[in-house]
Design a protein around this ligand. Structure first.
Ligand SMILES: NC(=O)c1ccc[n+]([C@@H]2O[C@H](COP(=O)([O-])OP(=O)(O)OC[C@H]3O[C@@H](n4cnc5c(N)ncnc54)[C@H](O)[C@@H]3O)[C@@H](O)[C@H]2O)c1
Length: 379
């Protein structure tokens, strides 16, 4: 986690104005380790909101911008030791590509929230832009920042559960079980701002990303059924898919936003020919591991029994819970370290555009399969 010197990395933000959801979480995560300074922002399309947000955050008035374009131009014109070094993008999905492309072309690194873009074509174009500009791009699939997710990946890689056979991954929420009168629901249920999928784009992509990350394998084919349960809703609010992975294993992915009472019920179970493991986001400091010939074991964050990658991601002693903000902060600290180290394209420890393109390809395939009577569809 060391950044090498004491100078803070300078960050800008697009989106995350007053009344927004995830922008504040990003700011808390970025601030957690004291290595990153938020120096500028275009927090909203409404300049009054941007000004009010900036005032609360003690940001210099002349570094509050009416638009992301203005921000890129003005920041690029500043002395190198003052201008922002990277931008966090926390707008609805349809604005990810234009902001990321503008930032990369202006010479700034980009840490973008998921899904990478509105469409697969945009994600592929963004990959080309990253190549051409030699820019750095990170994608905040938050859950990869948890220590016990690193532990799970390392244990699968070491063959501790043998050859993987089955993956069950689910992400269940209940907050969209009825009509929701807020802006978070409004843009998520509108294809113009969300993309071709609602629930699968919003949280199914997290489940897909987690499954591929822990097993270090790729979903190559799927068969799905998506549903919009709430009357009049244009995009899916629930769905499931059977999965085939490139290593011969198979899986089941389920994501829903109409499971009344569920909060952020992300969980994964992976079974190999020697054992299995289970991780639940709402109890993130535990990883349950089973083996054919031994009693169940419980690996816990902060203990001495973890891999280096998992230990590196723990901040508190065993039994003092760490959670979502710390997982997010782990992505931020690695991204800041990558900037200091001059890394290009992909920051060590942070998902990049490859995962972004895969996420968008997953969305296209899962919608396509569902539209074609659950036909097996290649990713
Ligand atoms: N990683 C995660 O766990 C996680 C969790 C929630 C949301 N997200 C993602 O974060 C993004 C934002 O989601 P949210 O729930 O915070 O949305 P939100 O509606 O609460 O906030 C979006 C913000 O973007 C601003 N905005 C919109 N267009 C803009 C523009 N052109 N310039 C500047 N600001 C603009 C809005 O004013 C608002 O402040 C989405 O892509 C979503 O998928 C990720």
């Amino acid at each position: 986690m060391a950044l090498g010197d004491n100078k803070k990395v300078r960050m800008g933000m697009v989106g995350g104005g007053q009344g927004a959801f995830i922008g504040e979480v990003h700011r808390l995560a970025a601030a957690l380790d004291g290595k990153i300074d938020l120096v500028c922002g275009a927090f909203s399309r409404d300049m009054e909101n941007t000004k009010a947000t900036g005032a609360l955050l003690n940001i210099d008035d002349n570094r509050l911008y009416a638009s992301f374009d203005e921000m890129m131009t003005a920041e690029a014109a500043m002395p190198a030791e003052e201008r922002m070094e990277f931008v966090a993008i926390v707008t609805p999905n349809h604005m990810h590509f234009p902001v990321a492309a503008a930032a990369l072309k202006a010479g700034f690194a980009v840490l973008c929230d998921k899904p990478a873009t509105l469409t697969l074509a945009e994600a592929e174009e963004l990959e080309v832009i990253i190549d051409e500009t030699h820019g750095l791009f990170g994608l905040t699939h938050t859950y990869l920042g948890y220590p016990m997710v690193s532990q799970a990946r390392d244990m699968v890689a070491k063959g501790e559960i043998g050859a993987v056979r089955k993956v069950y991954v689910e992400y269940h929420q209940g907050w969209l079980a009825g009509e929701q009168d807020n802006k978070q629901a409004a843009w998520r249920t509108n294809p113009k701002t969300s993309g071709i999928s609602g629930c699968m784009g919003d949280i199914g992509t997290h489940a897909h990303n987690l499954a591929e990350y822990i097993t270090d394998s790729l979903v190559v084919e799927l068969a799905s059924e998506l549903t919009a349960f709430v009357a009049g809703r244009q995009l899916d609010d629930d769905g499931a898919a059977l999965l085939r992975f490139d290593n011969g294993s198979t899986g089941v992915l389920s994501a829903s936003q109409v499971c009344v009472g569920e909060e952020n019920g992300l969980s994964i179970r992976v079974y190999g020919d020697k054992g299995g493991m289970q991780w639940r986001q709402q109890e993130p400091n535990s990883l349950r591991v089973t083996r054919i010939d031994a009693p169940e074991q419980l690996y816990r964050a902060g203990t001495d029994h973890l891999t280096d990658a998992a230990s590196r991601r723990c901040r508190t002693p065993a039994g003092h819970p760490e959670g979502y903000l710390e997982a997010f902060a782990n992505l931020y600290i690695d991204f800041a370290a990558a900037i200091k180290a001059g890394e290009k394209k992909k920051a060590t420890g942070v998902p990049g555009i490859k995962e972004g393109v895969r996420g968008m390809a997953f969305i296209e395939a899962i919608v396509d399969s569902s539209n074609n009577n659950s036909r097996w569809t290649k990713i």
